[in-house]
Unconditional design. Sequence first.
Length: 167
Amino acid sequence: MNSLNIRVINKKDWAIYKELRLLSLQDSPNSFGSTYEHEIKFSKEEWLSRLDPDNQSKYALPLIAELNGMAIGLTWGVLHSSSDKTAHVYQMWISPSVRGQGVGRLLLQKIITWAKEFDLDYVSLAVSTINVAAVNLYQTTGFEPYGALKSLREDSVLSVQPMRFKL
């Protein structure tokens, strides 16, 4: 890869975040708990609110991957409380044009490193069982299935498999 950069995003990046999030929901509608139809209705204030540290968990790591200045990937690491021993991965998405080139693994490594700084026990996520490429990425990164399958969304027949990485 030429010039790949992974960085934390904040309120000034709201438009980039909105664009990536909506792209992810359109590209991979069977991979997320939310839908494009739901989030396209969000106001600018809602997008800003998601990236406002005063409105989110104090332990959030919203990341984007950029290749030659173009945003190509997104994920969030979240620690729900200071007493929690597990970090959670949400909104993981990589542009189809760069899938399979290691961007997802680099994003996961950033979250794993961040979780180690908090001296946590695990990093967890849930992956759609039909997304074979994502399941493979998580398994080859060291995530293992745990727990029962869950419904992707209340109205969905699709399932997600909880997975976790032992730190």
